[in-house]
Design a protein around this ligand. Sequence first.
Ligand SMILES: Nc1ncnc2c1ncn2[C@@H]1O[C@H](COP(=O)(O)OP(=O)(O)OP(=O)(O)O)[C@@H](O)[C@H]1O
Ligand SMILES: [Mg+2]
Length: 331
Amino acid sequence: MKEAIIVENLAKRYGSIEAVKGISFTVREGEIFGFLGPNGAGKTTTIHILATILKPTSGKATVDGYDIVREPQKVRKIIGIIFQDPSLDEELTGYENLYIHGRLYGLGGQSLRERIEEALKFVELHEYKDKPVRKYSGGMRRRLEIARALIHIPRILFLDEPTIGLDPQTRVHIWEYINELNREYKTTIFLTTHYMDEAEALCSKIAIIDRGRIIALGTVDDLKSRVGSDVVYVKLYGDNNEGICRALQLADVWSCKHIQDNVLALQVEKASEAVPEILKYLEKLKVKVKEVNYRRPTLDDVFIHLTGREIRDSEGGFVDFARMIHRARTR
Ligand SMILES: Nc1ncnc2c1ncn2[C@@H]1O[C@H](COP(=O)(O)OP(=O)(O)OP(=O)(O)O)[C@@H](O)[C@H]1O
Ligand SMILES: [Mg+2]
């Protein structure tokens, strides 16, 4: 299998802000590659550079063998992109939005009409094609954006946060389209997300990006195996439990991360054996425990393990909310 995307030391600076700090990775043909990271990590910046919308400050990248800086026109011909923010014309019908896009790509006549019909059927919007987009729901709009990106049959599709702000049922529906596209049309897919479940449901390979750097790269299983086996969460009564976390670290048996004021996350080989030991140890330290539970590691745990923070931090939640409002207003 050939490499569809090759990125070497790519960096982007906006004035004094280093949004992307020299990242390198490759995406294989036919892969669904996920770029997972919190708000402000540099995901959109990277996708925009690869789609030739932004120029990198330094570094190199090729998309389907074409250099993104020297051959942007060739790159644009073979890619499709779905932007993070809505980009449909509200006053036009679904059909008209797709038609204009096809014309921009030099398509026309019967073949364009056929492509539009096929794309609309693919995302199950055929019966709504003559309604203006302003009457579409959020999920229908996202589906129309997918259809639009498919009109010129891209070999590589970029999706920037494909399901942000959508309800759980619609998200699963969109995942099905993405999977089918990859399976049936062999489209290589590069998607960004800050949803762990999305990365896990879709991606054969994941790069975790944080503050402009790739901090881990691999399959979901590769990434999870970095954490160890189980994760035990211990909820305490008081705040400021940094010291307790350090004491547990010093016990040299468990790796402890302090994730919220009163919650500690401990990585253990086997939770059923470790929990009584941990409780005994905390009792010795005269620490009162409010609640204990454990689970198999998730991508969330991988992120905590690597950064000491949760991907869905409070700021992220707010930014998400603000974006939903923005989308609702622009829709
Ligand atoms: N045009 C710009 N001018 C200045 N700074 C920018 C610009 N675009 C992005 N940034 C900054 O670059 C960093 C990376 O932003 P980017 O949009 O790539 O992140 P992201 O991972 O897509 O985040 P999100 O999950 O919020 O979409 C952030 O600190 C952001 O504030
Ligand atoms: Mg973004």
